[in-house]
Design a protein. Structure first.
Length: 202
């Protein structure tokens, strides 16, 4: 799950989190911890129209997820519901995924998965509420199944918080025929740092 440790735990080591609650995806990696300057960068992209940040962020992600990118058949972003896309005007996850695909030469599919439920924003929700909020919120469309079937998907998002969103998208991709899903995000809220009453939107 890409959880950082104070020293090298050896090849194949699993965190307590992964053992206690195995995720539906194969592997997850993030470039940075969601703190300090990294937090400001994410919020600049997401809430202040700093789309120019997407490419340098994707370069960091490419380094952090080298093995995931190498194994990927298709790069797919976490989708926004069309209503939120209309109000925000862009999908920060799609910007990151597009830049990552361009840098790596991997195929990019911004519409492989659709958000079919207009969910509440995850900020302010506890971990279990986040899971319920995004349950059955995503679907691989019939026309995209041929694109996804049998492929190893690299799923891209800006921040990994509890993993509820990427897990829900992973389940949709697997239901749509994907052989495996890896997750690559720019930032990661470290275990123990997540608070449902977080004042900064994530």
């Amino acid at each position: 799950m890409g959880t950082p440790f104070s020293h090298d735990m050896g090849q194949g080591f699993l965190s307590a989190e992964a053992i206690a609650n195995p995720p539906p995806f194969e592997r997850a990696r993030a470039a940075v911890a969601y703190t300090g300057v990294a937090r400001q960068i994410v919020q600049g992209l997401k809430f202040h129209d700093r789309t120019d940040l997407a490419r340098p962020m994707a370069q960091w992600m490419l380094r952090a997820g080298t093995e995931l990118v190498a194994d990927a058949d298709l790069v797919v972003p976490v989708p926004l519901h069309w209503r939120r896309f209309f109000s925000r005007r862009f999908n920060q996850s799609a910007d990151l995924a597009r830049s990552l695909a361009q840098l790596s030469g991997k195929p990019f599919s911004p519409t492989a998965v659709k958000r079919v439920k207009n969910t509440r924003q995850q900020v302010g929700l506890a971990a279990r509420e986040r899971e319920g909020n995004v349950r059955a919120a995503f679907r691989v469309s019939d026309e995209s199944e041929i694109e996804v079937a049998g492929k190893r998907i690299l799923l891209v998002d800006d921040v990994y918080t509890t993993g509820a969103t990427v897990s829900a998208v992973t389940r949709a991709l697997k239901k749509g025929g994907a052989s495996a899903v890896d997750v690559l995000t720019f930032a990661r809220v470290l275990p123990g740092d997540f608070r449902a009453d977080e004042t900064d939107t994530i």
